[in-house]
Design a protein around this ligand. Structure first.
Ligand code: HEC
Length: 150
């Protein structure tokens, strides 16, 4: 009985932790598919990321960052205190030999940022509001690390 209860505890903790890190894999994969259909690699490149350049984060060796039209419009604005709802930023991470390794994205929703990270095949590794993403991005400009609010 004690063993069973211990096991239940372990299973519950493991499931909760897994949930927090990847609580919406299907939604995340659909969102990436939409961005790919929309040809996100043809979107505006993030300020300072006009070319592929080394990452200063656990986002592969080199990164390319693209922003959707909501971010593009916001960048032309002035004195914003947060990124508008609908903002979508997609980042590809490549190894030094030029192989795509990871894609990450963040989308601003009514209830805050939605986060996701994928392997090269588009499988969601993280999704929802994973502590690992939020904690490190907390120091950013409304959570964006690569560039600042206008
Ligand atoms: C240890 C810190 C750290 C962690 C953990 C981290 N990031 Fe980042 N992230 C950065 C930094 C720094 C950048 C700026 C670009 C670069 O250097 O790669 C960045 C850039 C990004 C960008 C481009 C927009 C921006 O904020 O600059 C996205 C999208 C992104 N990260 C998503 C994620 C997701 C999703 C996770 C969790 C799976 C995550 N990040 C975890 C530090 C981190």
């Amino acid at each position: 009985m004690r063993l069973a209860r211990g096991l239940l505890f372990v299973v519950t903790v493991a499931t909760t932790a897994a949930c927090r890190q990847n609580d919406d894999p299907n939604g995340a994969e659909a969102l990436l598919a939409e961005a790919r259909d929309d040809d996100y690699r043809a979107w505006l490149r993030a300020p300072g990321y006009e070319e592929r350049r080394p990452s200063s984060a656990p986002h592969s060796d080199n990164v390319e960052i693209f922003v959707n039209d909501v971010v593009e419009d916001a960048l032309a604005d002035d004195g914003l205190s947060e990124w508008p709802v609908g903002a979508l930023i997609v980042k590809d991470g490549y190894t030094d030999d030029g192989t795509l390794e990871l894609t990450s994205l963040m989308q601003k929703r009514e209830d805050g940022w939605y986060w996701a990270e994928y392997d090269a095949d588009g499988n969601a590794l993280y999704s929802g509001s994973p502590d690992i993403c939020v904690d490190c991005h907390d120091s950013g400009s409304d959570f964006v690390r690569a560039f600042t609010l206008p």
